[in-house]
Each structure stands twice: as structure tokens, then as C-alpha cells.
Design a protein around this ligand. Structure first.
Ligand SMILES: [Zn+2]
Length: 202
């Protein structure tokens, strides 16, 4: 039987990671499931091998299997080895910051097809307000594999719902031509009216 996909989306500071960690704890504690948490190498907000939530009321941090963002496929043998070692299935695979993962659509589909439940959290839009990686494509998998999609909300400082991650460099809005993935960049959630993108072509 194929697995189900739980997709957790929302802009920066909408507590996506805290929500992912909470769901992992629930599965581990009450369903006694083996949940493997994966972390793409492009996620640099916590130390190596750790996923950390910025929300201080949340579950804090959790150990994760780190893999190169450009190639998730070596994780498959790690799952197989883990299943051999623990003598049972890895019931669920959780992926944080899914927008960074190359081949995310096919990789997630492969996990679902081989019977693993999958939970993915991440950003749907990048700092330009354009689709980020393959996150938007995963909604097809949610419909097809009877999973669910949770949209978390963040607010602009004006109080309106924030749709966009506003990238700031030295406290100024980043130019449209800056690179999509940038180490040590800084964001705040902004609404349509307060989202600023110098140099945008359209
Ligand atoms: Zn606003």
C-alpha cells in the first residue's frame, strides 16, 4: 500500500519546522513509529545533523540525517540499512526545507510508492515571489496519494496575512537578480502591499 503525504507550507516565520517536529514527536510517542528526519545540506540555520525550530515554544531541535540538497537519492540505501538494523519498517520519512531538494517530486513519489508516509515542510515561494524548487508540484502528490496539505500563516508587521518572504540584505530589500539560495540571508514575512522587489521585470 502506498504511503500518504502530509505537506506543510507557509512563508518564513509561520512555524513550519515547529509543526513538522511536533508531528514527528506525536508519531514516535503515540504511534510508536520510526520516523526518519531528513535535512538538505542547503539548510544552514542549525548545526550539522540537526533541525532546529525558531519557535521557542515548539519542540526545539531534533537529530536529522543530512544529505546533499542536489542529490537526495543516496538516502534510499540509508533507509534500507536502518530497516535492517531496527528489524522493521521506517514508517515515516520527514523532510524539512523541502524547497532546497533537487528531484523532490520524484524522490517523494518513490518514498510513497514504496509504502512510506512522507511529511514535507517548506517554502512555496522564493524571495522573488516565484515557485521555489518543486514544493508547488507536491500538491499533485497530496491529491493523488490521499494525503493532506496544511497552510500555515505568518503576518506582515502591518497585521495583514504575509504571502511573501522579503529578503533583506543590510536591512534593505534584495535586488531581483540576487541568487535564490544565499548563505546567511535574512527574511521577514510581508504582505502584497509591503513586499518590495527592486529590479523586478514584471
Ligand atoms: Zn503589510
Amino acid at each position: 500500500m502506498p504511503g500518504k503525504l502530509e505537506l506543510i507550507v507557509g512563508p518564513m516565520r509561520s512555524n513550519k519546522t515547529a509543526e513538522l517536529l511536533r508531528r514527528i514527536e506525536t508519531r514516535r510517542e503515540y504511534a510508536r513509529q520510526y520516523v526518519m528526519l531528513l535535512k538538505p545540506s542547503a539548510d544552514t540555520k542549525a548545526a550539522a545533523g540537526l533541525v532546529e525550530s525558531r519557535n521557542r515554544n515548539g519542540c526545539g531541535k531534533m537529530e536529522a540525517v543530512e544529505f546533499p540538497s542536489h542529490d537526495p537519492w543516496p538516502v534510499l540505501p540509508v533507509i534500507a540499512e536502518t530497516e535492517q538494523r531496527i528489524g522493521k519498517r521506517v514508517e515515516c520519512v520527514a523532510i524539512d526545507e523541502g524547497q532546497f531538494v533537487h528531484d523532490l517530486f520524484l524522490f517523494t513519489k518513490r518514498l510513497l510508492d514504496s509504502g512510506h508516509d512522507v511529511m514535507v515542510s517548506g517554502l512555496e515561494l522564493d524571495f522573488r515571489g516565484m515557485p521555489f524548487g518543486e514544493m508547488l508540484d507536491l500538491s499533485w502528490l497530496v491529491r493523488t496519494y490521499a494525503g493532506n496539505l496544511t497552510e500555515l500563516v505568518a503576518y506582515c508587521s502591518c497585521g495583514a496575512k504575509a504571502l511573501y518572504p522579503q529578503r533583506l540584505i543590510d536591512s534593505k530589500p534584495a535586488h531581483y537578480s540576487s541568487s535564490v539560495i544565499m548563505a546567511g540571508d535574512n527574511y521577514e514575512p510581508r504582505c502584497e502591499r509591503h513586499f518590495v522587489l527592486p529590479g523586478r521585470p514584471h
